[in-house]
Design a protein around this ligand. Structure first.
Ligand SMILES: NC(=O)C1=CN([C@@H]2O[C@H](COP(=O)(O)OP(=O)(O)OC[C@H]3O[C@@H](n4cnc5c(N)ncnc54)[C@H](OP(=O)(O)O)[C@@H]3O)[C@@H](O)[C@H]2O)C=CC1
Ligand SMILES: CCCCCCCCCCCCCCCC(=O)[C@@H](N)CO
Length: 327
């Protein structure tokens, strides 16, 4: 008995959709690396506070050995005590190294010390150190731009360079480098003239290395958090213009713990670009370009519906800033 033509069309479309989804899942499985933190040496810059500290705690829970790096000794010491409480076993090592990521010599020394104290080079490196001092472009001194690019961009370049060269030379299997950008590495607006460009630059570097480091089997990921309630966040809010607060009001800040958990979840899923909530996922889809998708069909759909929303948001940002003139 012949099926009516509409039924054949539905069956054909349904079959095509199922085949497409299976191909997408298969490709995604073949191109993604596993993340198994247990027994790994995880090296975290900015590990004494905020996201970095939250991440160190999650990695300790997952069974990793941890090196945290930052400048202030007191904060490092107290973070190590706290992180140790979350270990699965007493045999997991948690150590700290005081170093400034804006200094090339310090970064090399930090990796040397980490290797000596842990008896091996890091398997996973997380570049969390960073800070933002928002104000209007014309209220910055020219030195402020140097400082931001040194900390928020070059601070990740030096760390990634050491990480990759040691992973290659000691033939680390399943090495990972995780960059920390921000939603402000995908869009920007009034107040972030020194910070956002550095976070965009981090994306350029991550895109380059995601491709280039495949020859050594090193996995590269990039994290784009929204606001994180942290000591750094309190500090930036002291200089943040009101209009900046208003524009970023669409984003609900997370705790460092929630944010670190989002990062872990993205790493377990093997995603290249890791986001923290639905709005930021949509933003990712509207700016993805040739970067790998997290789910090809869903990402393409979200890009389509998200683009008008993104353009509408730009109108809202411009309206708020234009209104400043009239005050
Ligand atoms: N807070 C937020 O709203 C958001 C933050 N981010 C990004 O997430 C990351 C973490 O931010 P957050 O959780 O707020 O961090 P915090 O401000 O709470 O902590 C920053 C950490 O980085 C360290 N650090 C700062 N400067 C240097 C340096 N020159 N050398 C070595 N270590 C340094 C600090 O220690 P010490 O001062 O002792 O060196 C501290 O451990 C940053 O890259 C930030 O840009 C992204 C989106 C939102
Ligand atoms: C589909 C697209 C819709 C667009 C909606 C956009 C919403 C804007 C929210 C911007 C949030 C910025 C968080 C800043 C985090 C940060 O890095 C600072 N705290 C500095 O540390």
């Amino acid at each position: 008995m012949a099926l009516p033509s509409w039924a054949s069309v539905i069956i054909a479309l349904g079959t095509a959709a199922v085949v497409a989804v299976c191909i997408e899942r298969l490709c995604s499985r073949l191109t993604r690396s596993n993340f198994v933190p247990a027994g790994k040496h995880c090296f975290i810059t900015g590990g004494s506070s905020g996201l970095g500290r939250g991440l160190a705690i999650e990695l300790a829970k997952a069974g990793a050995d941890i090196t945290i790096v930052a400048r202030k000794l007191e904060e490092l010491e107290s973070a190590v005590l706290e992180i140790k409480k979350f270990r699965q076993s007493e045999s997991q090592k948690v150590i700290f190294i005081s170093a400034d990521v804006t200094s090339k010599d310090d970064v090399v020394r930090a990796f040397d010390e980490a290797k000596t104290k842990m008896d091996r080079n890091p398997d996973c490196v997380f570049a969390c150190a960073g800070a933002s001092y928002p104000r209007f472009f014309l209220d910055y001194s020219l030195e402020d731009f140097d400082k931001s690019i040194h900390l928020n961009y070059l601070g990740q370049v030096y760390v990634a360079h050491q990480a990759a060269s040691r992973m290659r030379d000691s033939a680390i299997k399943g090495g990972k480098i995780v960059f920390v950008s921000s939603m402000l590495g995908m869009l920007s607006f009034a107040g972030y003239g020194s910070y956002s460009p550095a976070k965009f630059a981090v994306r350029g570097l991550a895109d380059t290395l995601r491709n280039e480091l495949k020859q050594y089997g090193i996995g590269v990921h990039i994290f784009f958090p929204g606001g994180i309630r942290s000591p750094g966040f309190d500090k930036e809010n002291e200089t943040k213009p009101d209009v900046t607060k208003e524009i970023e009001g669409a984003n609900e800040p997370q705790t460092a713990e929630e944010c670190a958990k989002s990062l872990m979840k993205g790493l377990y899923a093997g995603n290249y670009m890791i986001m923290v909530d639905f709005i930021s996922e949509v933003l990712r889809c509207t700016t993805r370009g040739v970067s790998p998708s997290n789910n090809f069909f869903l990402d393409t759909f979200l890009a389509l519906v998200g683009q008008p929303v993104a353009s509408g948001y730009a109108l809202y940002m411009d309206y708020l800033v234009k209104s400043l003139k009239r005050q």
